[in-house]
Design a protein around this ligand. Structure first.
Ligand code: MSP
Length: 500
């Protein structure tokens, strides 16, 4: 099966923060999980580089927007490398091929009669790149950024979104367009029922953007340009459309439209669940299969902001705790889909629980296997035994049956319940640690009950193999280290004690 998954393309007005890392890590776990299942995965992330917000940030830095973006792109790529993100392509909206395709798409919308030029008056927030109505403001300011909005009056091109309400509802109801989680889906449906207005898709005052086809005075609204990345990538990175040797071979032959899953936070669900599918329907293209919005997190209870100085740089925490512990902490702390809170202290505490649970189990199991000279079957051989037959396994005289041991997290991962999946994995280690504490192999050794002792340790060894297997999409390096140690029986701390 083909599996095409995306993160949002992040605005390139600043360096990446832990919020960007959150979505990207979640997408990476899914990408790795699907690759493991044998799917032909294409995982896309990238940067959103046009629009007033970027132009403003570049001007502040005294740079041309393109140069400004060029300098920031490596910051994102490095952060993702440090976090072990296995994306297949890094998309940039300043890619000339994308720019051409976006213009073609807008021309198609025009040809199909879904674009109209109108005079528009509204209150604009540059940070959101969005117009607001008077009653949507809080203290006359943008409700999201609390910054002054500016009165804009201009002639714009409008996309006739209002024509798509019923069609969207039908697709959502039939499940052709899946929106998750359920509560957010209901919000979207409510919004469609109450207020689907046409949206402006061009800007007269924004120079840093893709020229609007047929009107050199206007540029294409940055959100139209940005959303289209998901689709244009499927043309740009498809081996079918470009000729070798210009195209490096893509995993699975490149992404195939429609995407299986767009991941993002709730702040931009509206664009993904309403405007984007409507645009695609207008152009008679397939719509994405699923759009999922996770929650927003605060840092120690406060909104993350530069002014508050509480922004967590993913590189800093990776340097302290390693990529895997950060990946684990982000997804283990609170349920995906809900709002939550994170902090460096919370990440540290997850690191310690990993050390005390899985780390400790590995260390003590391998040390005792060596000390008491227990023969364990190599994980590979063991795996094939488990896969082959229950009968074979029973000859090993296991303390537990095969069915008991096989823990599956497929359902959790298919439902994007990362926390539930990680809890299940943790629970295997908790139970296995308890089993060792209960049966006390060191006492069994003294009493010379070698057979019983072997059983306990073989069991723990086998559980660790299962843990490593299940952890792989979440903590690829740790899983690898575990497997190596289970083979070589050379123990080495997975999560060494932190220096204060
Ligand atoms: N450029 C647009 C997206 C275009 S996609 C076609 C954009 N960029 S952004 O840089 O502002 O990134 C928004 C996304 O970053 C959120 O949807 C979410 O994925 C992530 N997050 C940013 N801050 C976050 C939190 N505080 N908490 C959780 N996720 C956060 O919007």
């Amino acid at each position: 099966m083909k599996y095409y998954i995306t993160t949002p393309i992040y605005y390139i007005n600043d360096i990446p923060h832990i919020g960007h890392a959150y979505t990207t890590v979640a997408a990476d776990v899914l990408a790795r999980y699907h690759r493991k299942k044998g799917d032909e995965v294409f995982f896309l992330t990238g940067t959103d580089e046009h629009g007033a917000k970027i132009a403003e940030a570049a001007a502040k830095a005294g740079k041309e927007p393109q140069q400004f973006a060029d300098e920031l792109v490596p910051k994102f790529q490095d952060a993702w490398k440090n976090l072990n993100i296995s994306y297949d392509e890094f998309f940039r909206t300043t890619n000339p091929e994308h720019e051409k395709l976006v213009q073609q798409f807008v021309s198609t919308l025009k040809e199909k009669g879904f674009v109209e030029k109108r005079k528009y008056e509204g209150l604009y927030c540059v940070s959101c790149e969005q117009f607001y109505k008077e009653n949507e403001l809080e203290d006359d300011k943008c409700p999201v950024h609390k910054r002054e909005v500016t009165k804009h009056s201009e002639e714009n091109y409008f996309f006739l979104l209002s024509k798509f309400g019923d069609k969207l509802l039908k697709k959502i109801k039939s499940g052709e367009l899946e929106i998750g989680p359920e509560t957010r889906k209901n919000e979207v449906v409510g919004k469609i029922n109450s207020e689907l207005e046409d949206v402006s898709i061009s800007r007269a005052g924004v120079k840093w953007g893709i020229p609007f086809p047929g009107d050199p005075e206007q540029t294409i609204y940055v959100w139209v340009d940005a959303l289209l990345n998901y689709y244009t990538a499927s043309i740009i990175y498809s081996d079918k459309t470009l000729t070798p040797p210009l195209t490096p071979p893509r995993r699975g032959g490149g992404p195939e439209w429609p995407a299986n899953l767009h991941l993002m936070a709730k702040d931009i669900l509206w664009f993904h669940a309403i405007i984007w599918p409507a645009m695609l329907m207008a152009a008679e293209l397939p719509i994405p299969k699923k759009v999922f919005a996770h929650g927003f997190f605060t840092i120690n209870g406060a909104k993350m902001s530069k002014t508050l100085g509480n922004v967590i740089d993913p590189n800093d925490v990776v340097a302290k705790f390693g990529a895997d512990a950060v990946r684990y902490a982000l997804l283990r702390e609170f349920p995906f889909g809900e709002d939550g809170d994170i902090s460096v202290e919370k990440i540290a505490s997850h690191y310690n629980s990993l050390a005390n649970n899985i780390g400790n189990l590995l260390q003590r199991t391998i040390s005792m296997i060596k000390r008491y000279n227990v023969t364990v079957i190599s994980t590979e051989a063991e795996k094939s035994l488990i896969d082959n037959s229950v009968q074979d396994l029973s000859t090993l005289d296991r303390p537990r049956s095969r069915d008991d041991k096989i823990v599956k997290i497929d359902q959790e991962l298919d439902q994007l319940d990362f926390m539930g999946a990680l809890k299940k994995i943790d629970d295997i280690a908790i139970a296995s640690n308890k089993d060792i504490a209960d049966k006390q192999p060191w006492v069994l050794a003294k009493e010379n009950k070698m057979e019983e002792l072997s059983k306990v340790l073989i069991e723990a060894h086998s559980n660790l193999g299962v843990i490593a297997e299940l952890l792989e999409p979440f903590m690829p390096e740790t899983a690898e280290k575990m497997k190596k140690q289970l083979e070589s029986l050379e123990p080495e701390p997975l999560f060494p004690r932190l220096e204060e």
